[in-house]
Design a protein around this ligand. Sequence first.
Ligand SMILES: [Fe+2]
Length: 636
Amino acid sequence: MSSIALFSNALSLGTTHHDMRISSSPALSASSSSDSGSDSARCSTPESVSSAEAADLSVNSIGACTTYVYSSETALQPSLLKALYEKHSNGRFLGLCMGKSGLSGSDSNWSKVTDNDVEYFISRELKVDFSMPVQVNAHHFSIFSVAGLRSVICSSSDSFDYYILERPTVVFSPLSYTPSFQPGTSSDTSAPKNTIGNIPTLEEWRTLWKAWDMVTLEMIPQEMLHQKPIDLRHKCLFYIGHIPTFLDMLLSKAIGGEATEPKYFWNIFERGIDPHVDDPDHCHNHSEVPEKDEDWPTISAIIFFRNGVRSRLAQLYDDLNTGKRTLTRNIARTLVMTLEHEGFHIETLLYMLLQRGGSGTLPPPGFTIPPWKLLAQQWNQTPVPCTPWVELGPAELVMGHDDSEGDDRREDLKYLAVDREYGWDNESPARTVHVGAFRAEWRPVSNAEFEVFWRISQDKGTGAVPLPKSWVEEDGELKVRTMYGPVPMEIAQHWPVLTSFDDLTAYARSKGGRLPTEPELRLFLDKYNVTYEEGANTGFRNWHCTPATAGIEENGGRGSNGGVWEWTTTLFDGHDGLVPTNLFTGYSTDFFDTKHHVALGASYATIPRLERRTVRNFYQHNYPYPWVAARVVYDI
Ligand SMILES: [Fe+2]
């Protein structure tokens, strides 16, 4: 047996007890001077890169001098990967080679390291061709997420999968590692959860706050705070005040108590605006906000308030854990609703900020600028679906779940708060619907497909389809907006196109098809769409769409839709048994206006818990900004 083969065994056999030590204090010695210090000296980090081209150069050069560690498929655990990253990354990147069949004993690229009884292999000489296409390995991506890492780029050969990993500002755990809050118990996020339910722990809040603070305080420059990236919404500063205000108000509703100081914030920040696109004066109830910039609270005052509200929430968790207060369904629902409200707002704020990507909005700090050219080479080789479309139905389908807010105060139920799934009012109750047979495209309409349609429509003059708001024309060139600035269409051509329901409906008609109903799309997504847990492009794994991957035979057709919500023809409306929420009056009912359509799925900026299959998003049919795409379906 070669020494390299032995490595696999040593690590496999030793994983359990080494892992236990690594999780509390890394078993690998902390100093990296002997193994990776020289790498740090040779490599410069990409902090200063400011364009896609520079990013490509940067990743290429760093990829060339990144230390790789080898792991067999079976040996790698999140805690061990964390320790390897600490020890061998060059301060930013760690190369990882995952073996499908073990290293060859004669491979001189690798040298053995023995550290605290753990044997493993590293290489500083490995040259990896990252232009080759890859298949996402869900298990690998799940391990990276639990370890707090993300893959900047990956590649594979017959025997190995290669990754360049980094530790970004925020990483969401897969849901199977996201415990539900149970009073008096600690939340272990290093092991798969063993309870059902979706009450957030304080740790889940803290992860979300990292994302929220990064977006609001590091991606919005000072001069944009009083600007409106889109006309139909407030200025950026409003949303920074709205999130803690909403939490503060709902906490008072659930557990009583005074507003957090300064109390007058409730008057300004309670509720935002969502006017009709075709009649901006038509708006549901909302807070009156100051007219002049100088009359708004300062950002420091808002952060002071935010900190006060967060402390109030932490105190509630403390009281629940010590038994000073008893967890009720009403409190649990408040925690779920306020956390998910913040999750939704990250995405809605980001689609606003996208309009200023490259011309105001700053890219997400801590996330390496995507190596666009390399990625585009990979994306151009993404396998196409094995059939043009897939046939589904007829079928009986259960939509929604049973979680009525109306039951929360029932004497026999109000303390049965844990081990159950909470959702929004429009998700309940469960209802069975019939879906007839239909054909569905495997993948949403891509930018390239829509461009052809859009160009033809321009030649027709009247009836021309407007330029999607996710695109921009720069010097006569069509580009696709990203948080890093617009990228050429040739890079984003395979991504789903983000545009309005109306424009995508026109596209579908031109193909002799239509957009799906909500039950039809639910049926498709249930069967073929993967989640964050399974490697989907959701949960901030990337800050841009990727090409959809569904329809490949070897995965049984299952794949990611590229990280987008998808439009349906179903109007957002009431249904039998829906009990409107009293915690957030009007959350759904204000939008039963025949203008809002249901959207399902999840975008790249949707937090993993909102991939819950019962979640229903909703936007106006002619609202062009949200991250919603569509797939074409056909009647049979
Ligand atoms: Fe809100």
